[in-house]
Design a protein around this ligand. Sequence first.
Ligand SMILES: [Zn+2]
Ligand SMILES: [Zn+2]
Length: 260
Amino acid sequence: MSRSLDIRHRDRRELREGYSRGVRCFEIGSIVAYCAAMIWLLSLIIPLSTTFPWLMASAFMLGYVAADFISGMVHWLADTWGSPDLPFIGQALIRPFREHHVDQKEITRHDFIETNGNNCFVSLLPTIGGMLLPLDEPGWLFLATLFFSVSLWVLLTNQFHKWSHLDSPPRLVDWLQRMSLILPRDHHAVHHTAPYARYYCITVGWLNEPLYRVRFFQALEWLITATTGLLPREDDIGARAAEALLPEGPPPSAGIEPEL
Ligand SMILES: [Zn+2]
Ligand SMILES: [Zn+2]
Protein backbone atom coordinates (compact mmCIF):
# COMPACT_ATOMS: atom_id res chain seq x y z
CA MET A 1 0.00 0.00 0.00
CA SER A 2 2.60 2.59 1.09
CA ARG A 3 4.91 1.54 -1.76
CA SER A 4 2.49 2.92 -4.35
CA LEU A 5 2.44 6.39 -2.76
CA ASP A 6 3.85 9.17 -4.90
CA ILE A 7 6.34 10.33 -2.25
CA ARG A 8 8.29 13.50 -3.06
CA HIS A 9 10.98 14.53 -0.63
CA ARG A 10 12.81 17.84 -0.67
CA ASP A 11 16.17 18.07 -2.38
CA ARG A 12 18.89 16.43 -0.31
CA ARG A 13 21.66 18.89 -1.15
CA GLU A 14 19.45 21.89 -0.46
CA LEU A 15 18.57 20.47 2.95
CA ARG A 16 22.27 19.94 3.78
CA GLU A 17 23.08 23.50 2.71
CA GLY A 18 20.44 24.68 5.18
CA TYR A 19 22.86 23.78 7.97
CA SER A 20 24.09 27.35 8.18
CA ARG A 21 26.57 29.18 10.36
CA GLY A 22 23.66 30.71 12.27
CA VAL A 23 22.23 27.26 13.06
CA ARG A 24 25.69 26.11 14.19
CA CYS A 25 25.96 29.09 16.58
CA PHE A 26 22.47 28.33 17.90
CA GLU A 27 23.54 24.74 18.61
CA ILE A 28 26.74 25.78 20.39
CA GLY A 29 24.80 28.32 22.47
CA SER A 30 22.24 25.64 23.37
CA ILE A 31 24.97 23.21 24.49
CA VAL A 32 26.65 25.84 26.70
CA ALA A 33 23.35 26.96 28.26
CA TYR A 34 22.27 23.34 28.79
CA CYS A 35 25.52 22.34 30.54
CA ALA A 36 25.35 25.37 32.85
CA ALA A 37 21.69 24.75 33.74
CA MET A 38 22.23 21.01 34.33
CA ILE A 39 25.23 21.59 36.63
CA TRP A 40 23.17 24.10 38.57
CA LEU A 41 20.18 21.73 38.90
CA LEU A 42 22.44 18.83 39.88
CA SER A 43 24.05 20.92 42.62
CA LEU A 44 20.57 21.57 44.05
CA ILE A 45 19.33 17.98 44.12
CA ILE A 46 22.47 15.89 44.79
CA PRO A 47 22.78 16.91 48.49
CA LEU A 48 19.27 15.47 49.07
CA SER A 49 20.03 12.07 47.48
CA THR A 50 21.11 10.45 50.77
CA THR A 51 17.86 11.50 52.49
CA PHE A 52 15.50 10.43 49.67
CA PRO A 53 17.38 7.78 47.63
CA TRP A 54 14.39 5.68 46.51
CA LEU A 55 12.21 8.67 45.75
CA MET A 56 14.91 10.14 43.55
CA ALA A 57 15.79 6.78 41.93
CA SER A 58 12.15 6.20 40.93
CA ALA A 59 11.89 9.75 39.54
CA PHE A 60 15.08 9.13 37.58
CA MET A 61 13.68 5.91 36.06
CA LEU A 62 10.36 7.54 35.24
CA GLY A 63 12.33 10.26 33.46
CA TYR A 64 13.61 7.69 30.96
CA VAL A 65 10.09 6.74 29.92
CA ALA A 66 9.02 10.40 29.88
CA ALA A 67 11.99 11.24 27.64
CA ASP A 68 10.93 8.47 25.25
CA PHE A 69 7.48 10.07 25.06
CA ILE A 70 8.89 13.58 24.57
CA SER A 71 11.21 12.31 21.83
CA GLY A 72 8.14 10.88 20.09
CA MET A 73 6.18 14.12 20.42
CA VAL A 74 9.01 16.36 19.19
CA HIS A 75 9.84 13.95 16.34
CA TRP A 76 6.20 13.69 15.31
CA LEU A 77 5.75 17.48 15.41
CA ALA A 78 8.88 18.10 13.33
CA ASP A 79 8.13 15.27 10.84
CA THR A 80 4.49 16.11 10.34
CA TRP A 81 4.03 19.86 10.43
CA GLY A 82 5.81 23.00 9.25
CA SER A 83 8.59 23.44 6.74
CA PRO A 84 12.33 24.21 6.68
CA ASP A 85 11.35 27.51 5.06
CA LEU A 86 9.87 28.82 8.31
CA PRO A 87 12.03 31.52 9.89
CA PHE A 88 14.44 30.28 12.57
CA ILE A 89 12.60 27.14 13.72
CA GLY A 90 12.47 25.81 10.14
CA GLN A 91 16.23 25.78 9.56
CA ALA A 92 17.23 24.91 13.11
CA LEU A 93 14.64 22.31 14.12
CA ILE A 94 12.56 21.09 11.16
CA ARG A 95 15.25 20.80 8.45
CA PRO A 96 17.23 18.02 10.20
CA PHE A 97 14.10 15.84 10.32
CA ARG A 98 13.39 16.37 6.60
CA GLU A 99 17.00 15.59 5.79
CA HIS A 100 16.88 12.46 7.92
CA HIS A 101 14.09 10.92 5.82
CA VAL A 102 15.92 11.73 2.59
CA ASP A 103 19.30 10.43 3.79
CA GLN A 104 19.07 8.45 7.01
CA LYS A 105 22.83 7.81 7.11
CA GLU A 106 23.67 11.52 7.17
CA ILE A 107 23.16 11.52 10.96
CA THR A 108 26.09 9.09 11.33
CA ARG A 109 28.36 11.77 9.83
CA HIS A 110 27.25 14.50 12.27
CA ASP A 111 29.76 15.70 14.84
CA PHE A 112 28.98 16.18 18.55
CA ILE A 113 27.58 19.70 18.12
CA GLU A 114 25.25 18.87 15.24
CA THR A 115 24.13 15.64 16.91
CA ASN A 116 23.32 17.18 20.28
CA GLY A 117 22.76 20.93 19.83
CA ASN A 118 19.05 20.77 19.11
CA ASN A 119 18.35 18.35 21.92
CA CYS A 120 20.19 20.60 24.36
CA PHE A 121 17.80 23.37 23.33
CA VAL A 122 14.74 21.13 23.84
CA SER A 123 16.14 19.96 27.21
CA LEU A 124 16.61 23.50 28.50
CA LEU A 125 12.94 23.87 29.36
CA PRO A 126 12.68 20.96 31.87
CA THR A 127 16.11 21.85 33.28
CA ILE A 128 15.09 25.43 34.00
CA GLY A 129 11.75 24.13 35.34
CA GLY A 130 13.63 21.92 37.80
CA MET A 131 15.85 24.81 38.90
CA LEU A 132 12.84 26.93 39.78
CA LEU A 133 11.16 24.34 42.05
CA PRO A 134 11.29 24.99 45.84
CA LEU A 135 12.63 21.50 46.87
CA ASP A 136 11.36 21.92 50.45
CA GLU A 137 9.02 18.91 50.15
CA PRO A 138 9.53 15.37 48.79
CA GLY A 139 6.97 16.00 46.02
CA TRP A 140 8.94 18.94 44.66
CA LEU A 141 12.19 16.98 44.90
CA PHE A 142 10.58 14.13 42.95
CA LEU A 143 9.56 16.59 40.24
CA ALA A 144 12.98 18.28 40.14
CA THR A 145 14.71 14.88 39.82
CA LEU A 146 12.23 13.90 37.12
CA PHE A 147 13.05 17.10 35.21
CA PHE A 148 16.77 16.43 35.58
CA SER A 149 16.33 12.88 34.30
CA VAL A 150 14.15 13.96 31.36
CA SER A 151 16.73 16.59 30.39
CA LEU A 152 19.55 14.07 30.55
CA TRP A 153 17.79 11.40 28.48
CA VAL A 154 16.41 13.87 25.95
CA LEU A 155 19.97 15.07 25.46
CA LEU A 156 21.17 11.51 24.90
CA THR A 157 18.26 10.72 22.58
CA ASN A 158 19.94 11.87 19.40
CA GLN A 159 23.07 9.96 20.34
CA PHE A 160 20.96 6.80 20.76
CA HIS A 161 19.22 7.64 17.49
CA LYS A 162 22.55 8.11 15.71
CA TRP A 163 23.79 4.74 17.03
CA SER A 164 20.63 3.06 15.73
CA HIS A 165 21.77 4.03 12.21
CA LEU A 166 25.32 2.66 12.52
CA ASP A 167 26.01 -0.54 10.60
CA SER A 168 28.58 -1.67 13.16
CA PRO A 169 28.06 0.07 16.50
CA PRO A 170 30.58 -0.35 19.35
CA ARG A 171 30.15 -3.63 21.27
CA LEU A 172 28.59 -2.09 24.39
CA VAL A 173 26.16 -0.07 22.26
CA ASP A 174 25.25 -3.17 20.29
CA TRP A 175 24.55 -5.06 23.56
CA LEU A 176 22.40 -2.19 24.92
CA GLN A 177 20.45 -2.16 21.64
CA ARG A 178 19.91 -5.93 21.70
CA MET A 179 18.68 -5.67 25.31
CA SER A 180 16.30 -2.86 24.21
CA LEU A 181 17.86 -0.58 26.83
CA ILE A 182 18.51 2.04 24.13
CA LEU A 183 16.85 2.43 20.72
CA PRO A 184 17.36 -0.87 18.78
CA ARG A 185 18.31 -0.69 15.09
CA ASP A 186 15.62 -2.98 13.67
CA HIS A 187 12.97 -1.33 15.84
CA HIS A 188 13.83 2.15 14.57
CA ALA A 189 13.93 0.87 10.97
CA VAL A 190 10.13 0.61 11.18
CA HIS A 191 9.92 4.41 11.32
CA HIS A 192 12.02 4.73 8.16
CA THR A 193 9.42 2.89 6.13
CA ALA A 194 7.37 5.23 3.93
CA PRO A 195 5.29 7.20 4.77
CA TYR A 196 7.32 7.63 7.99
CA ALA A 197 4.17 7.83 10.10
CA ARG A 198 4.79 5.57 13.10
CA TYR A 199 7.36 4.63 15.76
CA TYR A 200 8.38 8.23 16.45
CA CYS A 201 9.92 7.58 19.90
CA ILE A 202 13.71 7.50 19.53
CA THR A 203 15.16 7.38 23.05
CA VAL A 204 14.52 3.70 23.71
CA GLY A 205 11.32 3.05 21.76
CA TRP A 206 9.40 1.37 24.61
CA LEU A 207 6.35 3.57 23.96
CA ASN A 208 6.20 3.06 20.19
CA GLU A 209 4.02 -0.02 20.20
CA PRO A 210 1.52 1.23 22.85
CA LEU A 211 1.18 4.61 21.11
CA TYR A 212 0.76 2.85 17.78
CA ARG A 213 -1.93 0.53 19.14
CA VAL A 214 -4.01 3.36 20.63
CA ARG A 215 -3.46 5.42 17.44
CA PHE A 216 -2.19 8.30 19.52
CA PHE A 217 -0.51 10.33 16.77
CA GLN A 218 -3.22 9.56 14.22
CA ALA A 219 -5.80 11.00 16.64
CA LEU A 220 -3.73 14.16 17.10
CA GLU A 221 -3.35 14.52 13.33
CA TRP A 222 -7.07 14.08 12.80
CA LEU A 223 -7.79 16.75 15.42
CA ILE A 224 -5.28 19.24 13.98
CA THR A 225 -6.45 18.69 10.39
CA ALA A 226 -10.10 19.00 11.42
CA THR A 227 -9.50 22.28 13.24
CA THR A 228 -6.88 23.93 11.00
CA GLY A 229 -7.17 22.26 7.60
CA LEU A 230 -3.40 21.58 7.58
CA LEU A 231 -2.23 18.48 5.76
CA PRO A 232 0.02 16.19 7.82
CA ARG A 233 3.43 15.41 6.23
CA GLU A 234 2.71 17.65 3.23
CA ASP A 235 6.19 19.18 3.28
CA ASP A 236 7.95 15.89 4.01
CA ILE A 237 6.47 13.53 1.42
CA GLY A 238 4.69 15.96 -0.93
CA ALA A 239 1.06 17.03 -1.17
CA ARG A 240 -0.07 14.10 -3.34
CA ALA A 241 1.22 11.40 -1.02
CA ALA A 242 0.01 13.30 2.05
CA GLU A 243 -3.46 13.67 0.54
CA ALA A 244 -3.50 10.01 -0.48
CA LEU A 245 -2.89 9.08 3.13
CA LEU A 246 -5.70 11.24 4.48
CA PRO A 247 -8.69 9.07 3.59
CA GLU A 248 -6.92 5.99 4.93
CA GLY A 249 -8.55 4.49 7.96
CA PRO A 250 -6.77 3.67 11.20
CA PRO A 251 -3.45 1.80 10.95
CA PRO A 252 -3.51 -1.99 10.61
CA SER A 253 -3.83 -3.95 13.80
CA ALA A 254 -0.59 -4.33 15.69
CA GLY A 255 -0.29 -8.04 14.96
CA ILE A 256 0.62 -7.31 11.35
CA GLU A 257 4.33 -7.08 10.61
CA PRO A 258 5.26 -3.59 9.40
CA GLU A 259 6.60 -3.37 5.84
CA LEU A 260 10.36 -2.86 5.79
ZN1 LIG B 1 11.07 10.80 11.21
ZN1 LIG C 1 16.30 7.62 12.16
